[in-house]
Design a protein around this ligand. Structure first.
Ligand SMILES: C[S@@+](CC[C@H](N)C(=O)[O-])C[C@H]1O[C@@H](n2cnc3c(N)ncnc32)[C@H](O)[C@@H]1O
Length: 256
């Protein structure tokens, strides 16, 4: 039976396929995605279902690149902590040179079995854990998340008195409303002023239409979002796909 964690294989597949494009057309380079893609045979049916959705693959490509740029901007501004919230098989902490060259600490938070699979597959591919990179098991649906999230990150070395960039990519769609609110509040508790949280979501996902009220209720005092037709015009040639406006990429900030 497919689990929510198997969705990580679908995303890895799209990132692996990016390598087949000519270099000038690639939105990112993710050499390790092929390792996870090759291990995802059991999830192939679910992956095929995702791929048959209109705009799914291009949407993942666009958000991957846009979130890479959010991380690059944060590092350029002096942030030295990266937290992947629902990391799955995201290899951003290794494939963005800036993470290593700036001495940024990276934390990958996900369910323990996913992190174990990630570790096993990378080790088998002779890509063992990078010294700046730390796995942090956590279940975002746990009722005590408010304390466990921050405690687990601090135990792993996160400094809550220094800014961090949090990336929550492709995750909120798998959480219920209470878990989303708890996750946003838990991230906020881990944020020093100057931190940012980037995430994606779809139109109609929140009863309030925009994620902004939910994000502000969690404590964040800054909020900005773009729809993917804007991202398409930024990163891809031609006119945006007709469904691109449905997807949104948001950046919440804690300024004070
Ligand atoms: C679609 S994948 C995206 C993975 C990664 N962010 C990426 O872009 O490659 C969704 C991820 O959310 C994680 N996830 C879903 N529900 C979760 C929960 N309750 N607690 C922790 N992680 C969860 C899954 O394990 C999976 O790795």
């Amino acid at each position: 039976m497919l689990t929510v964690s198997d969705t990580a294989y679908a995303i890895a597949h799209i990132r692996a396929v990016e390598a087949l494009r000519p270099p000038g057309e690639r939105l990112f380079d993710d050499p390790l995605a092929a390792v996870f893609d090759a291990a995802g045979a059991h999830a192939a049916e679910g992956t095929a279902r995702f791929l048959s959705l209109p705009f799914f693959a291009d949407g993942i490509r666009l958000r991957t690149r846009a979130l890479d740029d959010v991380v690059r901007d944060a590092l350029r501004a002096g942030t030295r902590q990266l937290v992947l919230v629902g990391a799955g098989f995201d290899t951003r902490a290794r494939r963005l040179d800036e993470v290593r060259t700036t001495g940024t600490r990276a934390f990958e938070v996900d369910l323990a079995p996913v992190l174990d699979a990630r570790h096993t597959l990378l080790s088998a591919a002779h890509a063992p854990d990078a010294p700046w990179d730390c796995a942090v098991p956590c279940d975002f649906s746990a009722p005590d998340l408010a304390s466990t999230f921050v405690e687990a990150l601090v135990a792993a070395g996160l400094r809550t008195d220094a800014p961090a960039v949090f990336v929550c990519e492709g995750v909120l769609a798998y959480l219920d409303r209470a878990s989303i609110e708890r996750t946003l509040a838990a991230v906020y508790r881990a944020c020093a002023p100057g931190s940012r949280l980037a995430f994606d979501y779809g139109a109609y996902f929140f009863a309030e239409d925009s994620a902004e009220p939910v994000v502000r209720a969690a404590g964040f005092d800054g909020y900005d979002e773009v729809t993917y037709d804007v991202l398409w015009r930024r990163y891809l040639p031609g006119d945006p796909h007709e469904n691109a406006w449905v997807c949104r990429l948001a950046v919440a900030t804690r300024t004070a």
